[in-house]
Ligand binder design. Structure first.
Ligand SMILES: [Zn+2]
Length: 200
């Protein structure tokens, strides 16, 4: 299931089955990876409820969402946050997301290259000791001292990088929507269509 966030001015919100207008939209640029969006929200809270639980309750709870869909392939929307009441909670959520992104982007590594065969060695900065190792590939000694390092790089894997981008993107989207005084709506992509549902 992929969540989609969107914000439009309050007076432009329409009820399902009408679709939300294309003009005056604010939408975060999230990667097309539902798992990354879910993971981005993991560990973040909104009004003392885990953000993901709130999304599930809004979209998959007993009362189905009633507001317009953001577009093809997505179901009706629900209000995730409504300013001004939810403004403080939204700003806290934005802070939390940015903090999580910073924390998880924190680990860095120093990189060396074998002078014989160019094999790369990356060691987390916290574990770097000035030792000499034998290159696994060619057996040449590689001096792991800081002066000979090629430099630092982030140890974040591509998936975590996407998760952190989601967090930053969502945080600035939430802040911008609150600054404009617009409600934040959420929907999820419709279940895979079956033949009889065509044209819905
Ligand atoms: Zn080597």
């Amino acid at each position: 299931m992929g969540f989609r966030f969107l914000s439009v001015p309050g007076h432009r919100v329409v009820e399902h089955p009408r679709a939300l207008p294309d003009e005056d939209r604010l939408e975060p640029e999230l990667p097309p990876l539902p798992e990354a969006v879910e993971r981005a929200l993991a560990g973040a809270e909104f009004r003392d409820v885990r953000a993901r639980d709130r999304l599930r309750a809004l979209l998959q709870g007993d009362r189905p969402p009633k507001l317009g869909s953001p577009g093809k392939g997505f179901g009706p929307s629900a209000v995730f946050a409504q300013p001004p009441n939810d403004l403080p909670a939204m700003l806290r959520l934005a802070d939390e997301l940015e903090m999580l992104a910073r924390r998880e982007a924190g680990e860095r590594a120093l990189v060396w290259k074998c002078t014989e065969c160019a094999a790369r060695y990356a060691v987390p900065v916290s574990l770097v000791r000035p030792v000499s190792i034998r290159c696994e590939r060619c057996g040449n000694p590689v001096e792991l001292n800081v002066q000979r390092s090629l430099g630092e790089e982030a140890l974040v894997d591509p998936f975590l990088g996407a998760v952190n981008n989601c967090r930053q993107e969502l945080a600035s989207f939430f802040r911008e929507a609150m600054a404009r005084g617009w409600p934040v709506l959420v929907s999820e992509n419709a279940r895979a269509p079956v033949a009889s549902d065509e044209g819905e």
